[in-house]
Design a protein around this ligand. Structure first.
Ligand SMILES: Nc1ncnc2c1ncn2[C@@H]1O[C@H](COP(=O)(O)OP(=O)(O)OP(=O)(O)O)[C@@H](O)[C@H]1O
Ligand SMILES: [Mg+2]
Length: 261
Protein backbone atom coordinates (compact mmCIF):
# COMPACT_ATOMS: atom_id res chain seq x y z
CA UNK A 1 0.00 0.00 0.00
CA UNK A 2 1.21 3.51 -0.60
CA UNK A 3 1.21 6.87 1.12
CA UNK A 4 -1.28 8.23 -1.40
CA UNK A 5 -4.15 6.67 0.60
CA UNK A 6 -6.62 8.91 2.43
CA UNK A 7 -4.83 9.95 5.62
CA UNK A 8 -6.43 8.43 8.69
CA UNK A 9 -3.80 9.37 11.27
CA UNK A 10 -1.86 12.56 10.76
CA UNK A 11 1.02 13.59 12.99
CA UNK A 12 2.61 16.94 12.18
CA UNK A 13 5.68 18.46 13.84
CA UNK A 14 4.71 16.69 17.03
CA UNK A 15 6.80 17.46 20.10
CA UNK A 16 6.23 16.17 23.59
CA UNK A 17 8.11 17.05 26.76
CA UNK A 18 7.52 15.55 30.17
CA UNK A 19 7.57 18.32 32.74
CA UNK A 20 9.18 17.24 35.97
CA UNK A 21 9.01 19.35 39.08
CA UNK A 22 12.45 20.20 40.45
CA UNK A 23 14.39 18.71 37.52
CA UNK A 24 14.87 19.22 33.81
CA UNK A 25 12.08 18.44 31.38
CA UNK A 26 12.47 15.26 29.36
CA UNK A 27 11.89 15.85 25.68
CA UNK A 28 10.49 12.60 24.37
CA UNK A 29 9.43 13.64 20.84
CA UNK A 30 10.84 16.33 18.59
CA UNK A 31 9.02 17.60 15.49
CA UNK A 32 7.83 14.15 14.52
CA UNK A 33 5.91 13.69 11.24
CA UNK A 34 3.98 10.59 10.24
CA UNK A 35 0.88 9.85 8.18
CA UNK A 36 -0.99 6.57 8.29
CA UNK A 37 -3.44 5.95 5.45
CA UNK A 38 -6.93 4.53 5.91
CA UNK A 39 -6.69 0.75 6.09
CA UNK A 40 -2.94 0.82 6.42
CA UNK A 41 -0.91 -1.15 8.96
CA UNK A 42 2.07 0.91 10.08
CA UNK A 43 4.61 -0.31 12.60
CA UNK A 44 6.91 1.91 14.59
CA UNK A 45 10.30 0.60 15.65
CA UNK A 46 13.06 2.39 17.51
CA UNK A 47 15.44 2.12 20.45
CA UNK A 48 14.08 1.76 23.97
CA UNK A 49 13.12 5.14 25.42
CA UNK A 50 12.84 6.92 22.04
CA UNK A 51 9.23 7.93 22.63
CA UNK A 52 7.15 5.20 20.95
CA UNK A 53 4.73 4.77 23.85
CA UNK A 54 4.55 8.54 24.26
CA UNK A 55 3.49 8.84 20.61
CA UNK A 56 0.84 6.17 21.07
CA UNK A 57 -0.54 7.83 24.21
CA UNK A 58 -0.73 11.18 22.41
CA UNK A 59 -2.64 9.50 19.55
CA UNK A 60 -4.98 7.88 22.07
CA UNK A 61 -5.73 11.36 23.43
CA UNK A 62 -4.27 10.59 26.87
CA UNK A 63 -1.45 13.16 26.63
CA UNK A 64 -1.65 16.54 24.94
CA UNK A 65 1.12 17.54 22.50
CA UNK A 66 3.47 20.23 23.78
CA UNK A 67 4.02 21.24 20.14
CA UNK A 68 2.53 20.39 16.75
CA UNK A 69 -0.47 18.13 16.34
CA UNK A 70 -1.66 14.53 16.17
CA UNK A 71 -5.10 13.70 14.83
CA UNK A 72 -7.19 10.66 13.98
CA UNK A 73 -9.97 11.16 11.44
CA UNK A 74 -13.41 9.75 12.27
CA UNK A 75 -15.43 8.45 9.33
CA UNK A 76 -17.82 5.77 10.54
CA UNK A 77 -20.22 6.90 13.26
CA UNK A 78 -21.32 3.31 13.89
CA UNK A 79 -17.89 2.08 14.94
CA UNK A 80 -15.80 3.22 17.90
CA UNK A 81 -12.94 5.36 16.60
CA UNK A 82 -10.01 3.87 18.50
CA UNK A 83 -9.11 1.06 20.84
CA UNK A 84 -5.70 1.05 22.49
CA UNK A 85 -3.70 -1.91 23.75
CA UNK A 86 -1.00 -0.65 26.09
CA UNK A 87 2.46 -2.00 26.80
CA UNK A 88 1.62 -2.73 30.43
CA UNK A 89 -1.44 -4.90 31.01
CA UNK A 90 -4.09 -2.32 31.64
CA UNK A 91 -7.01 -4.43 32.73
CA UNK A 92 -9.16 -3.93 35.80
CA UNK A 93 -8.25 -6.28 38.67
CA UNK A 94 -11.74 -6.15 40.17
CA UNK A 95 -13.46 -7.32 36.98
CA UNK A 96 -13.52 -10.86 35.65
CA UNK A 97 -12.05 -11.72 32.26
CA UNK A 98 -15.43 -11.49 30.54
CA UNK A 99 -16.33 -8.23 32.26
CA UNK A 100 -12.99 -6.71 31.24
CA UNK A 101 -13.57 -7.76 27.63
CA UNK A 102 -17.15 -6.45 27.74
CA UNK A 103 -16.19 -3.03 29.07
CA UNK A 104 -16.21 -1.02 25.83
CA UNK A 105 -19.33 -2.78 24.52
CA UNK A 106 -21.26 -1.74 27.64
CA UNK A 107 -20.02 1.82 27.23
CA UNK A 108 -21.21 1.73 23.60
CA UNK A 109 -24.60 0.37 24.81
CA UNK A 110 -24.40 -2.74 22.63
CA UNK A 111 -27.42 -5.00 23.52
CA UNK A 112 -26.56 -7.82 25.95
CA UNK A 113 -27.36 -10.70 23.59
CA UNK A 114 -25.00 -9.31 20.96
CA UNK A 115 -22.28 -8.35 23.41
CA UNK A 116 -22.40 -11.83 25.03
CA UNK A 117 -21.80 -13.45 21.65
CA UNK A 118 -18.98 -11.10 20.72
CA UNK A 119 -17.30 -11.46 24.12
CA UNK A 120 -17.48 -15.25 23.88
CA UNK A 121 -16.06 -15.23 20.37
CA UNK A 122 -13.08 -13.06 21.28
CA UNK A 123 -12.29 -14.87 24.50
CA UNK A 124 -12.07 -18.00 22.38
CA UNK A 125 -9.98 -16.39 19.62
CA UNK A 126 -7.33 -15.27 22.12
CA UNK A 127 -7.33 -18.72 23.73
CA UNK A 128 -8.97 -17.90 27.07
CA UNK A 129 -12.06 -20.12 26.93
CA UNK A 130 -12.60 -21.57 30.41
CA UNK A 131 -11.26 -18.44 32.13
CA UNK A 132 -14.32 -16.23 31.58
CA UNK A 133 -15.04 -15.90 35.31
CA UNK A 134 -11.42 -15.66 36.46
CA UNK A 135 -10.02 -12.49 38.00
CA UNK A 136 -6.77 -10.99 36.67
CA UNK A 137 -4.87 -11.86 39.86
CA UNK A 138 -5.26 -15.53 38.87
CA UNK A 139 -3.84 -15.02 35.38
CA UNK A 140 -0.27 -15.02 34.06
CA UNK A 141 1.18 -11.91 32.40
CA UNK A 142 0.57 -13.32 28.93
CA UNK A 143 -3.03 -14.17 29.80
CA UNK A 144 -3.65 -10.64 31.07
CA UNK A 145 -2.29 -9.27 27.82
CA UNK A 146 -4.65 -11.55 25.90
CA UNK A 147 -7.56 -10.07 27.88
CA UNK A 148 -6.38 -6.60 26.83
CA UNK A 149 -6.18 -7.74 23.20
CA UNK A 150 -9.68 -9.25 23.28
CA UNK A 151 -11.03 -6.05 24.83
CA UNK A 152 -9.68 -4.04 21.89
CA UNK A 153 -10.62 -6.50 19.12
CA UNK A 154 -14.18 -6.99 20.37
CA UNK A 155 -14.89 -3.31 19.69
CA UNK A 156 -14.00 -3.55 16.00
CA UNK A 157 -12.82 0.07 16.04
CA UNK A 158 -11.73 2.08 13.01
CA UNK A 159 -8.21 2.33 14.42
CA UNK A 160 -6.24 -0.09 16.59
CA UNK A 161 -3.39 1.49 18.57
CA UNK A 162 -1.12 -1.27 19.81
CA UNK A 163 1.96 -0.86 21.98
CA UNK A 164 4.08 -4.03 21.94
CA UNK A 165 0.93 -6.08 22.38
CA UNK A 166 2.65 -9.45 22.01
CA UNK A 167 5.80 -8.75 24.02
CA UNK A 168 4.62 -10.61 27.12
CA UNK A 169 3.60 -13.74 25.25
CA UNK A 170 5.61 -16.88 24.71
CA UNK A 171 7.02 -17.41 21.21
CA UNK A 172 4.35 -19.91 20.11
CA UNK A 173 1.39 -17.84 21.25
CA UNK A 174 2.99 -14.75 19.79
CA UNK A 175 3.01 -16.43 16.40
CA UNK A 176 -0.59 -17.56 16.76
CA UNK A 177 -1.75 -14.06 17.63
CA UNK A 178 0.33 -12.45 14.89
CA UNK A 179 -1.49 -14.66 12.41
CA UNK A 180 -4.80 -13.89 14.06
CA UNK A 181 -4.10 -10.16 13.72
CA UNK A 182 -3.07 -10.60 10.10
CA UNK A 183 -6.38 -12.42 9.51
CA UNK A 184 -8.43 -9.77 11.33
CA UNK A 185 -6.91 -7.01 9.22
CA UNK A 186 -7.53 -8.96 6.03
CA UNK A 187 -11.17 -9.62 7.06
CA UNK A 188 -12.11 -6.03 7.75
CA UNK A 189 -10.71 -2.55 7.12
CA UNK A 190 -8.67 -1.61 10.15
CA UNK A 191 -6.08 1.10 10.36
CA UNK A 192 -3.37 -0.12 12.70
CA UNK A 193 -0.62 1.78 14.49
CA UNK A 194 1.64 -0.87 15.95
CA UNK A 195 4.69 -0.42 18.17
CA UNK A 196 7.12 -3.33 18.34
CA UNK A 197 10.73 -4.21 19.03
CA UNK A 198 10.47 -7.21 16.79
CA UNK A 199 11.45 -6.55 13.16
CA UNK A 200 10.24 -9.94 11.97
CA UNK A 201 6.79 -9.17 13.38
CA UNK A 202 6.84 -5.66 11.92
CA UNK A 203 7.64 -6.90 8.41
CA UNK A 204 5.14 -9.76 8.49
CA UNK A 205 2.28 -7.52 9.57
CA UNK A 206 2.93 -4.06 8.13
CA UNK A 207 2.45 -2.11 4.94
CA UNK A 208 5.05 0.40 6.09
CA UNK A 209 7.55 0.59 8.96
CA UNK A 210 8.63 3.86 10.54
CA UNK A 211 12.04 3.85 12.17
CA UNK A 212 12.47 6.33 15.01
CA UNK A 213 15.68 7.97 16.16
CA UNK A 214 16.95 7.74 19.73
CA UNK A 215 15.31 10.28 22.08
CA UNK A 216 14.10 12.87 21.35
CA UNK A 217 12.25 10.72 18.86
CA UNK A 218 11.69 11.70 15.24
CA UNK A 219 10.88 9.53 12.26
CA UNK A 220 14.24 8.77 10.70
CA UNK A 221 13.05 6.67 7.78
CA UNK A 222 9.90 5.00 6.50
CA UNK A 223 10.23 1.62 4.77
CA UNK A 224 7.67 0.23 2.35
CA UNK A 225 7.05 -3.47 2.89
CA UNK A 226 6.86 -4.85 -0.63
CA UNK A 227 4.29 -7.60 -0.02
CA UNK A 228 0.60 -7.48 -0.85
CA UNK A 229 -2.34 -9.20 0.89
CA UNK A 230 -3.40 -11.80 1.78
CA UNK A 231 -0.14 -12.83 3.38
CA UNK A 232 0.94 -15.95 5.16
CA UNK A 233 3.80 -16.47 7.63
CA UNK A 234 5.68 -18.33 4.88
CA UNK A 235 6.74 -14.90 3.66
CA UNK A 236 9.45 -15.03 6.31
CA UNK A 237 11.37 -17.44 4.13
CA UNK A 238 11.50 -15.13 1.10
CA UNK A 239 14.80 -13.41 0.29
CA UNK A 240 13.08 -9.99 0.15
CA UNK A 241 11.84 -10.48 3.71
CA UNK A 242 15.29 -11.37 5.01
CA UNK A 243 16.93 -8.51 3.08
CA UNK A 244 14.47 -5.93 4.44
CA UNK A 245 15.00 -7.18 7.99
CA UNK A 246 18.76 -6.76 7.59
CA UNK A 247 18.38 -3.33 6.02
CA UNK A 248 16.22 -2.01 8.87
CA UNK A 249 18.35 -3.67 11.53
CA UNK A 250 21.48 -1.95 10.15
CA UNK A 251 19.87 1.45 10.72
CA UNK A 252 18.23 0.50 14.00
CA UNK A 253 21.50 -0.79 15.40
CA UNK A 254 23.03 2.65 14.78
CA UNK A 255 20.19 4.32 16.71
CA UNK A 256 20.42 1.86 19.59
CA UNK A 257 24.19 2.35 19.88
CA UNK A 258 23.93 6.13 19.39
CA UNK A 259 21.27 6.36 22.10
CA UNK A 260 23.56 4.64 24.63
CA UNK A 261 26.42 7.10 24.31
N1 LIG B 1 5.87 9.98 33.02
C1 LIG B 1 7.09 10.29 32.60
N2 LIG B 1 7.81 11.26 33.22
C2 LIG B 1 9.03 11.60 32.80
N3 LIG B 1 9.65 11.02 31.75
C3 LIG B 1 8.99 10.05 31.10
C4 LIG B 1 7.68 9.63 31.48
N4 LIG B 1 7.28 8.64 30.65
C5 LIG B 1 8.30 8.46 29.78
N5 LIG B 1 9.30 9.31 30.05
C6 LIG B 1 10.57 9.41 29.31
O1 LIG B 1 10.27 9.74 27.95
C7 LIG B 1 11.11 9.01 27.08
C8 LIG B 1 10.25 8.21 26.11
O2 LIG B 1 9.53 7.22 26.85
P1 LIG B 1 8.57 6.16 26.13
O3 LIG B 1 7.99 5.34 27.20
O4 LIG B 1 7.66 6.89 25.22
O5 LIG B 1 9.66 5.34 25.27
P2 LIG B 1 9.49 3.99 24.43
O6 LIG B 1 10.09 4.25 23.09
O7 LIG B 1 8.09 3.52 24.48
O8 LIG B 1 10.44 2.97 25.22
P3 LIG B 1 10.33 1.34 25.35
O9 LIG B 1 10.75 0.82 24.01
O10 LIG B 1 11.33 1.01 26.40
O11 LIG B 1 8.93 1.00 25.70
C9 LIG B 1 12.02 8.15 27.95
O12 LIG B 1 13.25 8.80 28.09
C10 LIG B 1 11.31 8.09 29.28
O13 LIG B 1 12.21 8.00 30.34
MG1 LIG C 1 7.20 1.86 25.22
Amino acid sequence: MSVTLTPKIRVESLSYSYRRRGSEDVQALDELNLTVGKGEFVSVVGPSGCGKSTLLRVLAGLQRPTGGSAGVLREDGARPLMAPVFQEYSIFPWRTVEDNVRLGLDAAKVPRAESNARVREWISRVGLTGFEKAYPSHLSGGMKQRVALARAFVLEPEVLLMDEPFAALDAQLRKVLQEELLGICQERDYTVFFVTHNLDEAILLSDRIALMTARPGRVEEVYDVPFGHPRTPDLRKSPEFVALEEQIWDRLRGEVQGGRK
